[in-house]
Design a protein around this ligand. Structure first.
Ligand SMILES: Cc1ncc(C[n+]2csc(CCOP(=O)(O)OP(=O)(O)O)c2C)c(N)n1
Ligand code: SF4
Length: 347
């Protein structure tokens, strides 16, 4: 007698969705591009956090990296802005509907060159948004010219040497008051997914500067953004664990070594320091760490700075909790009597 076994039901998250439901279109990027690995981790983070796809707003500018928002959370909202203008669109989205979770994906060219003006204002306003820079040190889509994050002395495939200093996006973000600043590497999947989950729980701008090798134009000897260089030089500053608010998990911890950062929604970011005395809530230490790393040409990854106390832009503006789009006209416009009173005064 043969027995028929039922096919196993696919695994689902806390809201009953499968990981497939957090996917998107098929990628058209080069096989092996770091950006695709980051897409996978973003998909995983939204799935693990059990976020309803319709609450996700995906924003981007122009570049290979900016194409990636089409490759995850297909049922989310999407806006592909012009080159470098995604921060303004993201700010508008969050002002109009604060119940959304915005994720912007950008490139180092899109962010540090053409979009630099918009990027700095996003940071200083602490707009609640996850901002992922897929940093490959080159303009991938336009065939590999150096970007403003390319390290001084690094080489292009054709031998051209970069003689300009790099913009350190994390240093810039800390200086401007960004409340969550992290650096990671597309090849460090465990760290990246934990950082992404913490960024989803954070209320304010979360900058994730992720080294994402461009296998076509910047993955050779002499590049400081290649897979090999990044793997050989990566030094995580802490081991990161993340306990979302809906899980009550206690991880074995030794006092003094582990620091818990309480997120605004009650989740916990659990940091096991690998560098003695490093405190990511100390702005001066974070700045010193980055300066020191730059001087020693070290590639440090992890949560560099966090401040859960700075109010985000919507709180600073005393915005109402309801999405503006759902408010009736009677609440968004002054009544006719108010206009009449003004006209009376001017008469
Ligand atoms: C106003 C404007 N200037 C220039 C371009 C050409 N352009 C398209 S993508 C791009 C660079 C993208 O580089 P990056 O942001 O680093 O992303 P990557 O492709 O490396 O992921 C440039 C210069 C453009 N589309 N619009
Ligand atoms: S050109 Fe570079 S950045 Fe663009 S898809 Fe190919 S590998 Fe990725």
């Amino acid at each position: 007698m043969s027995s028929v076994t039922e096919p196993k039901a696919p695994a689902t998250n806390r809201i009953g969705l499968t990981i497939k439901e957090y996917g998107g279109l098929k990628s058209t990027l080069c096989v092996g591009c770091g950006h695709d690995v980051i897409t996978k981790q973003i998909t995983q983070a939204f799935y693990d956090m059990g976020i309803e796809p319709h609450r996700v707003a995906k924003l981007s500018g122009i570049g290979c990296s900016s194409k990636t928002t089409a490759y995850f959370v297909e049922r989310g909202h999407g806006f592909n802005a012009v080159h470098g203008r995604m921060p303004a669109v993201g700010s508008g989205v969050m002002l109009a509907n604060r119940s959304l979770i915005s994720i912007g994906v950008s490139g180092d060219g899109d962010t540090a060159s053409i979009g630099a003006g918009q990027f700095v204002h996003l940071l200083r306003r602490n707009i609640p948004m996850i901002y992922v820079v897929e940093n490959n040190g080159v303009y991938g889509l336009t065939k590999g010219q150096f970007s403003a994050t390319a390290d001084l002395g690094s080489k292009l495939k054709n031998g051209v040497i970069n003689d300009l200093p790099a913009i350190d996006l994390c240093g810039l973000a800390i200086e401007l008051g960004c409340s969550f600043v992290a650096r990671s590497f597309s090849g460090d999947m465990k760290q990246l997914v934990a950082l992404l989950k913490a960024a989803i729980a954070h209320r304010g701008t979360s900058l994730l500067d992720v080294i994402s090798p461009c296998v076509t134009f910047n993955n050779h000897e002499g590049s400081t953004k290649s897979y090999k260089w990044s793997k050989d030089h990566e030094e995580p500053i802490q081991e990161i664990g993340f306990v979302p608010y809906f899980e009550d998990v206690t991880i074995e911890q030794k006092p003094g070594e582990v620091q818990d950062v309480q997120m605004h929604d009650g989740s916990k970011l659990r940091l096991k320091a690998l560098r003695a005395d490093y405190d990511p809530t100390d702005k001066r230490k974070a700045t010193d760490l980055l300066t020191e790393a730059r001087d020693k040409q070290e590639f440090l990854t992890g949560l560099i700075y966090i401040n859960e106390k700075t109010p985000d832009f919507l709180t600073q503006l005393h915005m109402v909790d309801e999405p503006l789009a759902t408010l009736p006209e009677s609440k968004t416009r002054p009544p006719k009597s108010a206009l009449d009173a003004i006209m009376q005064e001017l008469a």
